[in-house]
Design a protein around this ligand. Structure first.
Ligand SMILES: NC(=O)c1ccc[n+]([C@@H]2O[C@H](COP(=O)([O-])OP(=O)(O)OC[C@H]3O[C@@H](n4cnc5c(N)ncnc54)[C@H](OP(=O)(O)O)[C@@H]3O)[C@@H](O)[C@H]2O)c1
Length: 334
């Protein structure tokens, strides 16, 4: 398969039309198998995926060290094609607790220094604060990343989960390649204001949660046991009546998928791909079989009749439950 590519905004790099989100290989979705995780990164690179997404706070550096190992053990040509996107700014305690965000310029540079070491690279391709630090103007945080760009430690500046006003302020400070934000059939909040704003400014979207953290993958069942550290154990969309309602939406999607001879996950990913050439879905596969399924979405063409059927099955706003628990919703501008 020849991998299709998409641009990360007008100033960012050309990347594979699907990126690999590596978070679940270290954190938040229960136990992951390290050997299989690294094999999944290698398989993704082999298939032509160029964009790998991580955060320095995903299991406190664990995810970056895992990616570092995967890059070191990949064939040189594959390693060279990889573009690593890193989020920083979330503060963690030794027990894994979440302690807020830090976007001060000195902190930005210190976070970057440690990330470069853990990843074993001489530059980070896209660097972004995970959430706005309410105590630091975005101009200062973005300005610090711009200094890192000038010195060659970072190639491009990204944003994550910020609203239209912050996007405008950031873009007025320095060129911004892409905004990373949740976007899926059941998380369509960006369509009214954020998406028109980034399009006006020539900023791309890297969409996360395109499978709503597995909820709309077609593989999630109501009886699945979730460990205490699993994000989904606390996520409103995975609780009780909300979960039952949301899984009914998945069954409606399954009918459409079956008629097209594809899987539910492929329909969900293909739908995000269909929303514009400026959107790059990040898929959170952490096993090779899930990766293969996700890559299959690139072969799915959604005709206008398919899109209409999907819209009818899962109209905007159809999901029950917020996309984050209340305490985390408070950190979202978007
Ligand atoms: N900027 C931000 O605030 C933010 C927030 C969250 C994530 N992210 C980034 O976005 C990436 C993707 O997010 P996500 O992991 O929540 O996305 P996702 O793709 O919606 O969910 C991933 C989960 O879906 C399940 N799944 C089932 N079938 C799959 C398939 N065919 N392909 C992939 N996954 C399948 C997997 O769970 P099982 O393995 O349990 O089956 C996997 O852990 C993350 O890795 C991270 O890099 C960014």
């Amino acid at each position: 398969m020849t991998m299709r590519t998409r641009p990360l905004g007008t100033t960012g790099p050309q990347v594979s039309a699907l990126g690999l989100g590596c978070m679940g290989m270290s954190a938040l979705y229960g136990e992951a198998d390290r050997t299989e995780s690294i094999a999944t990164v290698h398989a993704a690179l082999e298939a032509g995926v160029t964009l790998l997404d991580t955060g320095d706070f995903y299991a406190m550096g664990h995810n970056e060290m895992l990616i570092g190992e995967a890059l070191r053990t990949a064939p040189a040509a594959r390693r060279e094609q990889a573009l690593v996107s890193v989020k920083f700014g979330a503060l963690r305690g030794p027990d894994g607790s979440w302690l807020g965000y830090d976007g001060r310029p000195a902190a930005v540079k210190s976070f970057a220094a440690y990330s470069l070491q853990r990843l074993g690279v001489d530059h980070i391709d896209v660097y972004r604060i995970a959430r706005l630090d309410p105590d630091v103007p975005i101009e200062e945080t973005v300005g610090a990343i711009a200094d890192l760009v000038e010195k060659g430690y970072v190639r491009h500046i990204g944003l994550s989960e910020v609203g239209a006003a912050t996007i405008r302020r950031a873009a007025a400070t320095a060129p911004v390649s892409d905004l990373q934000i949740e976007y899926s059939l059941i998380s369509r909040g960006i369509e009214d204001e954020v998406l028109p704003t980034v399009r006006e400014l020539g900023i791309g979207i890297t969409a996360y949660g395109v499978l709503s953290r597995g909820l709309i993958s077609g593989h999630f069942t109501a009886d699945r046991q979730l460990g205490a550290g699993d994000f989904r154990a606390m996520s409103p969309r995975f609780q009780g009546d909300n979960l039952r309602h949301n899984l009914n939406l998945v069954e409606a999607l399954r009918k459409i998928a079956e008629q097209k001879g594809v899987s539910v996950a492929q329909i969900a990913i293909a739908w995000v791909l269909s929303r514009g050439e400026d959107i790059v879905p990040l898929v959170g596969a952490r096993r090779r079989d899930r990766l293969t399924e996700a890559l299959g979405a690139l072969e799915v063409t959604l005709e206008p009749a398919d899109l209409a059927a999907i819209e009818e099955a899962v109209p905007a706003g159809a999901a029950a439950g917020d996309r984050y628990p209340a305490a985390q919703m408070a950190h979202l501008e978007s």
